[in-house]
Design a protein around this ligand. Structure first.
Ligand SMILES: C=CC1=C(C)c2cc3[nH]c(cc4nc(cc5[nH]c(cc1n2)c(C)c5CCC(=O)O)C(CCC(=O)O)=C4C)c(C)c3C=C
Ligand SMILES: [Fe+2]
Ligand SMILES: [Fe+2]
Length: 321
């Protein structure tokens, strides 16, 4: 029997290299050119992207990145690196690489580093707990594209998602229970997930169902009435309908329904980033308070929490058998 050599490729979305309009433009151009993300015909989309969206959006979004930037860099990359280091330490005989699907560290080079170590089994671990065509499948495409240049391929496992994995739910519920203990139980626990186009779900993406699986499992783990755990969708982009209910509209309407105290967690984000630290913790807090809410607590992402790293280790171990 041949000796197996395992390699894990952890992949997240990607983030600009600097909080400047130029770096944000480069990042958005790459990300928003992926057909898995925006599938509008290129002849319509590219003039709009390069002529309107990138020039207007890049300077505005760069300012937002400046407000969350850490001493070591973009939070998404800082936390992802820490996750990679902790996972590598917990799996001593496995090569663990981190890649971003857009920007740095680039996926083709991370994959090349694994292949150079003569791995026989490759485990692709998208850091998206709930599958979506716009994220997880985009990683699948990128890996397949990169592997085209190699003559000898390893065996490959693709971890499609982990929306209801017991260790994921346990890590989330420990995070929430900690905040309950500190601030009391809120009137509603809001789970805000990144949105996608409604049309993608109608065409077969089971992302909203996977988000709901997480919602129900988390409510059960917390022994909390499922109807008091709301699922909302944030970060709307463009004019076509996105999944509903929208996080911002929900925050605007809850206080008038007597919901004055909320706690908000974003279970779809493995690491804190612009979408959680700015859009939720700053913008949505303001919306809620402005509408008459009295207490808004943001519950941080799992980041490099020990329970999160243990969950990632279990996901990988299940593929090693
Ligand atoms: C059509 C556009 C987009 C789709 C579809 C989309 C899906 C999607 N995204 C994430 C996770 C992240 N998105 C992040 C930033 C971000 N997302 C979009 C657009 C779409 N996302 C944009 C334009 C941006 C950049 C910021 C902005 O211009 O508003 C990030 C954060 C990156 C960071 O650097 O901090 C993450 C993470 C998921 C999970 C998802 C579908 C399920
Ligand atoms: Fe996004
Ligand atoms: Fe956003």
């Amino acid at each position: 029997m041949r000796q197996e050599k395992y390699g894990v490729l952890m992949v997240n979305l990607g983030t600009p290299e600097a909080p400047t309009p130029k770096a944000v433009k480069r990042y958005l151009a790459e990300f928003l050119s992926d057909r898995r993300v925006v599938d509008t015909p290129r002849a319509l989309w590219l003039p709009l992207l390069y002529g309107v969206i990138l020039p207007l959006r890049s300077p505005r979004v760069a300012k937002l990145y400046q407000s969350i930037w850490m001493a070591e860099g973009s939070p998404l990359l800082v936390y992802s690196r820490r996750q990679q280091q902790a996972l590598a330490a917990s799996l001593p005989d496995v090569a663990v690489e981190l890649a971003m699907n857009y920007g740095q560290p680039a996926l083709p080079q991370a994959l090349a580093r694994l292949i150079a170590q003569d791995i026989t089994r490759l485990i692709i671990l998208p850091l998206y707990p709930q599958y979506s065509c716009s994220t997880s499948a985009a990683i699948w495409d990128a890996v397949a594209r990169s592997l085209k240049r190699y003559r000898r391929l390893p065996s490959i496992s693709f971890i499609r998602d982990y929306a209801a994995h017991p260790a994921y739910i346990a890590a989330l519920s420990a995070r929430v229970a900690h905040v309950f203990a500190r601030h009391g139980r809120p009137d509603r626990l809001v789970l805000s997930f990144h949105g996608i186009l409604q049309r993608y779900a109608e065409e077969g993406d089971d992302y909203p169902q996977r988000c709901d699986v997480t919602r129900q499992a988390l409510a059960a783990a917390l022994d909390y009435p499922a109807e008091q755990v709301l699922m909302t969708f944030q970060s709307r982009f463009g004019r076509d309908p996105w999944l509903l209910p929208a996080t911002d509209e929900t925050m605007k309407s809850l206080p008038s329904q007597g919901v004055k105290r909320v706690q908000v967690i974003c279970p779809g984000f493995a690491a804190d980033c612009l979408e959680t630290l700015e859009e939720i913790q700053v913008q949505n807090r303001e919306i809620f308070e402005h509408a008459g809410g009295s207490a808004f607590h943001y519950i941080p992402a799992l980041n490099d929490d020990a329970a999160h790293v243990e969950m990632l280790r279990q996901l990988v171990m299940a593929e090693l058998r």
